[in-house]
Design a protein around this ligand. Structure first.
Ligand code: ASP
Length: 348
């Protein structure tokens, strides 16, 4: 990236943050008329926010827009963290997790450990629209998808299979099985989950009626124990929205978000007056504070993993933050799609 481009991005990022430094009360946010169409996503989500805003401009509800946005990445065999082409579990089987949440009706739907269906976000929307439930898992989720006409297909690409095979051939310390250990043991399961490939896509958007919605979809942690479910399909952990306040979601170590209900925490923090960026940073701090097991810490006591958050407020303000520097986020501010540097607690 050129220096001038980097500088532009930094300016754009700070401008977004500065515009929001006024602390708004929950009530003030609820009363404020939505000022703009906005879509935010993880760093792999430039095509997703572009598509989402394009659809919102034609009058689409934010939930349909964000799902259509992430479908691009679910269908992409070259993104090995989501949908078709996602890295498999330790048996070499791709298992997908996804959830959607619709702010205006405060409904949600999700699927976990879904095999053979490449667009789990579409199935999650059907769970919301066409069942009385919020979460379907495994074979039940697959049967539900097939009842609605989804075709089963092999999601394991050559590239993902070869990567899985390389991992399997070097097995031993590089899996998720842990021996008995105490909170003070350091070198347990040596590899630490996030030293290996992870990834996910989250997308939140505001539509032209001021409706907030979000989606998170993933193949989860590569080479996970079959049946392992991360934060992505769990409402409140990997995503959450409140139509009067804002919307948030996450990528990174799902176990940390499951233990901290991070996305709901961020939305509630915005409701209590924090800007989206401040709320994302607060969620990072909360994870750091709650990470007590020595095996999950570096020698300096900081977590040995990263988590990133993305948030938009009802009035269109946005922000993103990670525990460690590096991750970028995609934003469409109604005018253009950009890839910006998020804030962080610690430099990598
Ligand atoms: N949060 C995802 C999970 O834990 C993985 C990721 O975003 O990297 O399944």
């Amino acid at each position: 990236m050129s220096d001038s481009r980097r500088e532009f991005m930094q300016i754009a990022s700070s401008a977004g943050a500065l515009a929001a430094t006024s602390m708004l009360s929950h009530q003030a946010i609820a009363q404020q008329r939505p000022s703009k169409i906005v879509a935010i996503s993880s760093g792999n989500g430039v095509p997703a926010v572009t598509k989402a805003v394009e659809l919102i401009r034609t009058g689409a509800d934010a939930i349909d827009a964000v799902i259509a946005g992430v479908n691009i990445v679910e269908d992409d065999p070259n993104d090995t963290s989501v949908g078709y082409g996602g890295l498999p579990n330790e048996d070499g089987v791709v298992e997908l997790d996804a959830a959607v949440m619709h702010g205006p009706t405060h409904r949600a739907g999700s699927v976990a450990s879904l095999r053979n269906i490449k667009n789990p976000s579409k199935v999650a929307k059907l769970v919301m629209d066409r069942s009385d439930h919020v979460l379907l898992v495994g074979n039940g989720a697959l049967r539900f998808a097939k009842a609605h006409g989804f075709a089963e297909e092999n999601l394991l690409t050559q590239r993902a299979r070869e990567e899985w095979l390389r991992w399997k051939e070097r097995l031993s310390t590089k899996d998720d099985w842990l021996p008995a250990h105490s909170p003070d043991d350091a070198d347990v399961g040596v590899f630490a989950p996030y030293h290996r490939h992870t990834g996910t896509i989250h997308c939140s958007a505001i539509d032209s009626k001021g409706g907030l919605s979000c989606v998170t979809t993933t193949s989860g942690l590569a080479f996970k124990i079959p049946g392992r479910v991360g934060d992505s399909p769990i409402i409140g952990a990997g995503l959450y929205c409140d139509n009067e306040i804002g919307s948030a979601g996450s990528t990174g170590r799902g176990e940390a978000n499951l233990l901290n209900c991070s996305s709901m925490f961020i939305v509630e923090q915005m409701g209590m007056g924090k800007t989206p960026e401040q709320a994302c940073l607060a969620a990072c701090e909360r994870i750091v504070k709650h990470t007590k097991m020595r095996r999950l810490k570096k020698p300096d006591g900081k977590p040995d993993f990263n988590v990133s958050f993305y948030a938009i407020r009802k009035d269109g303000e946005f922000g993103s933050a990670s525990i460690f520097s590096g991750p970028k986020f995609a934003i469409h501010d109604g005018n253009q799609a950009m890839l910006l540097d998020g804030k962080h607690l610690y430099k990598t």
